[in-house]
Design a binder for this molecule. Structure first.
Ligand code: A3P
Length: 300
C-alpha cells in the first residue's frame, strides 16, 4: 500500500498495519538523545533529513507535537492553492522526519514553492533552512492542553505505545516524550522570536480569531488573498468543518479530538497543575514566548 501518488511513502493505513507487529516497548527509540517514533522516523530518515537542501521559497511549518500542526497544514495548503489559482491536491504529511531517504530524493525534484513541515527542535532542523533564510511559521500552544492532547494521541495512535495518565504526565515533564521536551523546544524558539524569517503564532490566538490568523499567515509568506478567499478558508478550517470533512479515514478521530482551549481542567490533578505552574515559572516566565502563551489566562 502506498501513500499519495508519486511520493513513494507508505500510507497511514500501511503504517498502522506495520504497527500491529511492533511491541509497545519497541515503538519509541532514541536518536542522538531524543525520543522518536520507530515506525514514522527511523534513524535513516533522520540521517537523510540532516543534509536536506532547503530553498529560500520553501514554505516551512514548525510545531511541537499537538500544538495544532495539522490544522495549519490545512490552512497553508488552502492559502497556497488560493494564491496560485491551482486546485488543492491530496499530498503527504509534510513532516521531513517522516520522509524516507527515497522520498527525500523525490522532494528534491519537486517544483517551488514546496510545502514542508517538522516537529524537530530548532537545533535539529536541517542547517540548510537557516542558510537559505527559509520562512518558517511556528505554532505554539499552552503546555497543559498540549500535554492532554499528546496523552490522548499516544493512546489512540497505533504507531505509538499506550500510556497511563500519571506516567505520561511525568514523562512529559521530564521531556521523555516524542521529539523531546516541550520546555527545551520553547526556550530555543524564544531565542529566535526576533528573526524576521520566523513567525510565531499560538493555538489560542488562532482559536480566538482564525480569520486574522489566515490573513497574517498569507501576508508573512507573501501569498496575497482577497477577503473573500480568507473567509472561504476560514469556513473550511474551523474545527467542525475539518472534523466533518476529514480525509484521514480512521485516523480522523485521532487528529481531530476536541479542538478546545482548557480541556486540561478535565485531566490534571491539583498537584499536577501546580507542578506545571512551577515548571513554567522556572523556565518560561519572563520570556517573550512565555508572554505570547498568555499562561495566566489559559492555564490558571
Ligand atoms: P485536542 O487533542 O486538544 O483536541 P496536531 O495537529 O499538532 O497534532 O494538534 C492536534 C490538536 O489540534 C488536537 O487538539 C486537535 O483536535 C486540534 N485541532 C485539529 N484541527 C483543528 C481545528 N481546525 N481547529 C482547532 N483545533 C484543531
Amino acid at each position: 500500500m502506498s501513500g499519495p501518488p508519486g511520493t513513494g511513502m507508505p500510507s497511514a493505513q500501511s503504517r498502522m498495519e506495520m504497527a500491529k507487529d511492533v511491541k509497545d516497548e519497541d515503538k519509541l527509540y532514541k536518536f542522538e538523545g531524543v525520543t522518536y517514533s520507530a515506525i514514522m522516523s527511523p534513524a535513516e530518515n533522520l540521517v537523510a533529513a540532516k543534509t536536506m537542501e532547503a530553498r529560500a521559497d520553501d514554505v516551512m511549518l514548525v510545531a511541537y507535537p499537538k500544538c495544532g500542526f495539522n490544522w495549519m497544514v490545512a490552512v497553508l495548503r488552502k492559502i497556497m492553492a488560493a494564491a496560485s489559482g491551482k486546485k488543492e491536491t491530496p499530498d503527504m504529511p509534510p513532516l521531513i522526519e517522516f520522509f524516507s531517504p527515497d522520498t527525500q530524493k523525490l522532494i528534491a525534484q519537486r517544483p517551488s514553492p514546496r510545502f514542508l513541515g517538522t516537529h524537530l527542535h530548532p537545533d535539529n532542523i536541517p542547517v540548510s533552512f537557516k542558510e537559505k533564510k527559509t520562512k518558517m511559521l511556528v505554532v505554539w500552544r499552552n503546555p497543559k492542553d498540549t500535554l492532554v492532547s499528546f496523552y490522548h494521541f499516544m493512546n489512540k495512535n497505533p504507531v505509538l505505545p499506550n500510556v497511563e495518565w500519571d506516567q505520561f504526565f511525568s514523562d512529559f515533564m521530564s521531556g521523555e516524550v516524542g521529539w523531546g521536551s516541550y520546555f527545551d523546544h520553547a526556550l530555543a524558539w524564544d531565542k529566535l522570536m526576533d528573526d524576521p524569517n520566523m513567525k510565531i503564532i499560538t493555538y489560542e490566538d488562532l482559536k480566538q480569531d482564525l480569520s486574522e490568523g489566515i490573513r497574517q499567515i498569507s501576508q508573512f509568506f507573501g501569498f496575497p488573498l482577497t477577503e473573500e478567499q480568507v473567509q472561504t478558508i476560514y469556513s473550511e478550517t474551523t474545527f467542525s468543518a475539518m472534523k466533518e470533512g476529514s480525509s484521514h479515514g480512521k485516523m480522523g478521530s485521532v487528529f481531530f479530538r476536541k479542538g478546545e482551549v482548557g480541556d486540561w481542567k478535565n485531566h490534571l490533578s491539583e498537584a499536577q497543575s501546580q507542578q506545571m505552574d512551577e515548571e513554567f515559572n522556572k523556565r518560561l516566565a519572563g520570556t517573550k514566548l512565555g508572554a505570547l502563551l498568555k499562561y495566566d489566562t489559559y492555564c490558571k
